[in-house]
Design a protein around this ligand. Structure first.
Ligand code: G3P
Length: 214
């Protein structure tokens, strides 16, 4: 099983009404598709979907007097199945990361932890997240993909992670070739934002990136 995570970030094209629109288009064009996982902005946590829904951040707290926080134990109430943690645009300290992952496990919320280097991958692997995403920050949002630019690191990361977690890669992924290369190098899925969300035709972009069979 391979995964296509679509990070909606805080792009206007994929938040508020546009997040509903994009989700609907994806559902209509890819019915019963469990390979596509939208990673929504927390403001859009209520968006209804048949897709497996993740959000972009959660805090290491439980519900209660927690103004402005995203408590982990509330996520299931919103139909959220997983959370993206430590994205390079939303870094968190290691203590909070560990606590958040523990709370997610207790509340049956899956976790993707982003890592910027092999050292971070080694370190975060000990926290046993469900997914580890390698994203070199300098390539995020650009046109040079992680698979073109860092093939050796992807290969080594796949070796280190093995069966301990599910390894995905992201940053600059725009084409079918980028995806095929990522898979060939050992990734079990991809994490994409601008290549889909900012594309003139997001559905076509998704079609292009779904290179693997069920
Ligand atoms: O989380 C995915 C993201 O950081 C990659 O962004 O725009 O390079 O696909 P992008």
């Amino acid at each position: 099983m391979y995964f296509l995570f679509i990070n909606f970030k805080a792009y206007r094209e994929a938040t508020a009404e546009n997040s509903i629109k994009l989700i609907k288009e994806i559902e209509e064009n890819f019915p019963n598709e469990d390979r596509i996982i939208p990673v929504l902005n927390p403001l859009d946590a209520m968006v209804r979907t048949k897709l497996k829904k993740f959000i972009q951040h959660a805090d290491p707290v439980l519900s209660g007097a927690k103004t402005g926080h995203i408590p982990v134990d509330l996520l299931p109430e919103y139909g959220i199945k997983g959370v993206l943690l430590n994205h390079s645009e939303k870094r968190i300290n290691e203590v909070d990361l560990k606590k958040t992952i523990e709370l997610c496990k207790e509340n049956r919320i899956e976790t993707i932890v982003c890592a910027e280097s092999l050292d971070e991958i080694r370190k975060f692997l000990e926290l046993r997240p469900d997914f580890i995403a390698y994203e070199p920050p300098e390539l995020i949002g650009g046109n040079i993909s992680v698979s073109k630019s860092k093939p050796e690191i992807i290969q080594e990361a796949a070796r280190i992670i093995g069966e301990k977690s599910t390894f995905i890669v992201g940053a600059g992924i725009k084409t079918r070739e980028d995806v095929e290369k990522s898979i060939e190098l050992g990734a079990k899925g991809i994490l994409v934002a601008s290549g889909i969300v900012l594309s003139k035709n997001p559905i076509k972009a998704i079609q292009e990136m779904l290179v693997w069979k069920e």
